[in-house]
Design a protein around this ligand. Structure first.
Ligand SMILES: Cc1cc2nc3c(=O)[nH]c(=O)nc-3n(C[C@H](O)[C@H](O)[C@H](O)COP(=O)(O)OP(=O)(O)OC[C@H]3O[C@@H](n4cnc5c(N)ncnc54)[C@H](O)[C@@H]3O)c2cc1C
Length: 432
C-alpha cells in the first residue's frame, strides 16, 4: 500500500458487503482501502444465483443498469418432487423484475470497478492473516507482507470470517450453523434455454425443488433442497444441505446432486447440456437467535461475516450491501469524531436494528428451525400428498369421485393435522 499515506478505514473482503461499506466511506471523503485475497475479483465467490436489483440501484443509482446481468428473473417456480413425480407452482410475471442472475466473478469485478471509480483503494491478492490489536482495540490488519493501520476495520470477509472469531464476536462455527451448497454449471445454447423454460428476450427463471433428494426413512429427510437458475447460455443446478444433516446422512453432497440430476423432471433440462464447472460454498444458516455482536472497539462485522441472510428467500447479497452501507455510515462518524470506540460503533447495531433486515430476520426467526424440525413433512410427506391428489384428480376409472375424494381428505387430514399448530404458530410470528 505504498500510495496510501494515512488510512481511515480498512475493509477486509471485496464481496458485495465490502464494496458497499468501502464506497460509503469513500463518498464521505475519507480514505478507504479494500483488501481481498482473490487473484481475480470475485473468482471464489460462488452463489446460485440472482442479485436483487433494488439493493444495487440503492448503492449505485447512476450505473446499476450497466452491471453484467445475465437474465432478469420473470419466473419463480416451486417444484415438489417425489422419486417419480413433480407438482409445480409457477409464478410468471411480466412486471418489472426484482432480481437478475449474474456470474459472481464478472459481477464482483464490476462492483469493484465502480468502487475504484469512487476513490476506493483496492488491494487484490492480499490475504489478511490477523488483526492488529492495541489493548483489545482493533487498530489495523496484518497481511503476508505488511501491517496496515486504520481508525476503523470493517470485516466483510464472508461466511467463515476467521477474523470475527479471533475477536470473539462469533463463536467457532459448528456444522449445524452452515448450509453446504454444491452446484454444477452447464453450457446450453440460449435458444434451447428459452425453449425449455418458456422464456423470451432476456427473461430468466429460478426453480426451487422440495423433495426428491432422499427417501431415507432411517435418519429422516435432511434439511436440503435443490435449485436451478437460467443464465444467457448457461444453467446452474445445485443443492443446499445443512452440514450437520449431511454428516448424519453419511452421504456426500455430490450424491444428492446426482440424485437430483437423475430425476425425471430434471433429465430433459440437461439433455445436450455440457457440464463446465462444479463448485461448492457454504452459506450461513442466518440464525436470528444467535446473531453475533456486530461491533467491538475499532471493528464492525457485515454481510455473511455477521451471518446476515434470509435463507427462506435466498436473500444474501442484498443484506450484504445494506449492512455494508450501514457500517460505512457508522465508520464515517467514527473517523470524523476521531473516536472508534464501542460506544460510537454501536451506532451500526442501532441502525441495523431499525432496518428491514433485522425486522425480517426477527419475524422469520423460527421459520428455518420449524422447517428443519418438519423436514420429513415438507420434503417427503407433502410432495407425496400432492402427487396422490393429482393422480386421483386426473384418474378416470369407475370409482365415484366423491368416494375417492372423501378417502383422500380423511387420510390427508389425519396425517397433516399434527403439523398445523406448528405451521400456524410460525406464520403468526411472521405476521406479528
Ligand atoms: C450456493 C449459494 C447460493 C446463493 N444464492 C444466492 C442468491 O441467489 N441471491 C443472493 O442474494 N445470495 C445468495 N447467496 C448468498 C450470497 O452469496 C452471500 O450472502 C453474499 O455473497 C455475501 O456477501 P459478502 O460480501 O458478505 O461475502 P462474500 O461474497 O463471501 O465475500 C467475501 C470476500 O472476502 C474475501 N476474503 C475472505 N477472507 C479474506 C481474508 N482473510 N483476507 C482478504 N480477503 C478475504 C473473499 O475472497 C471474498 O471476496 C448464495 C450463496 C451460496 C453459497
Amino acid at each position: 500500500m505504498q500510495n496510501v499515506e494515512k488510512i481511515d478505514v480498512i475493509v477486509v473482503g471485496a464481496g458485495p458487503a465490502g464494496v458497499a461499506a468501502a464506497v460509503t466511506v469513500a463518498r464521505g471523503g475519507k480514505t478507504v482501502v479494500m483488501i481481498d485475497r482473490a487473484d481475480l475479483a470475485g473468482s471464489k465467490n460462488m452463489f446460485g444465483g440472482a442479485v436483487y436489483l433494488n439493493s444495487i440501484k440503492d448503492l449505485f443509482p447512476l450505473t446499476w443498469e450497466e452491471a453484467p446481468y445475465e437474465s432478469y428473473i420473470s419466473q419463480n417456480r416451486y417444484s415438489f418432487l417425489t422419486e417419480s413425480s413433480s407438482v409445480e407452482i409457477n409464478h410468471k410475471t411480466l412486471n418489472y423484475p426484482s432480481a437478475a442472475t449474474v456470474f459472481r466473478p464478472k459481477f464482483d469485478a464490476w462492483l469493484i470497478e465502480q468502487a475504484k471509480k469512487e476513490g476506493v483503494f483496492y488491494a487484490p491478492k492480499t490475504t489478511v492473516r490477523a488483526l492488529l490489536l492495541d489493548d483489545k482495540r482493533v487498530i489495523g490488519v496484518r497481511t503476508d507482507t505488511e501491517e496496515l493501520k486504520a481508525k476503523v476495520v470493517i470485516l466483510a470477509d464472508g461466511v467463515q470470517s476467521n477474523l470475527a472469531q479471533t475477536l470473539k464476536l462469533r463463536k467457532p462455527i459448528k456444522p449445524k450453523d452452515l448450509i453446504l451448497s454444491v452446484k454444477e454449471t452447464y453450457y446450453l445454447e440460449n435458444s434451447k434455454i428459452k425453449e425449455r423454460f418458456n422464456l423470451v428476450g432476456n427473461q430468466g427463471m429460478l426453480c426451487e425443488y422440495f423433495g426428491g433428494l432422499s427417501d431415507d426413512k432411517t435418519t429422516g429427510y435432511p434439511f436440503a433442497m435443490g435449485f436451478l437458475y437460467t443464465f444467457k447460455n448457461h444453467i446452474s443446478l445445485g443443492i443446499g444441505i445443512n452440514a450437520e444433516d449431511l454428516i448424519k446422512m453419511k452421504k456426500t453432497p455430490y450424491e444428492l446432486l446426482e440424485r437430483l440430476k437423475a430425476h425425471p423432471d430434471i433429465i430433459p433440462y440437461l439433455d445436450d447440456a455440457r457440464s463446465i464447472e462444479y463448485s461448492a460454498h457454504t452459506i450461513p444458516e442466518g440464525d436470528f437467535h444467535h446473531l453475533p455482536k456486530l461491533y467491538t472497539n475499532g471493528a464492525m462485522l457485515v454481510g455473511d461475516a455477521a451471518g446476515l441472510i434470509n435463507n427462506v428467500h435466498f436473500e444474501g447479497t442484498n443484506y450484504a450491501i445494506y449492512s455494508g452501507i450501514l457500517a460505512g455510515e457508522t465508520a464515517l462518524e467514527a473517523v470524523k469524531s476521531n473516536n472508534a470506540s464501542k460506544k460510537v460503533l454501536s451506532g451500526y447495531e442501532k441502525r441495523f436494528k431499525k432496518s428491514f433486515m433485522y425486522k425480517d430476520m426477527r419475524s422469520y426467526r423460527n421459520v428455518v428451525p420449524m422447517l428443519r424440525k418438519m423436514s420429513n413433512s415438507i420434503f417427503l410427506k407433502y410432495p407425496k400428498k400432492m402427487d396422490e391428489f393429482f393422480t386421483l384428480f386426473n384418474m378416470v376409472d369407475t370409482i365415484p369421485r366423491a368416494v375417492k375424494y372423501r378417502d383422500f381428505a380423511f387420510k390427508t387430514a389425519k396425517s397433516v393435522a399434527p403439523d398445523i399448530p406448528k405451521i400456524a404458530k410460525t406464520v403468526l410470528e411472521v405476521l406479528k
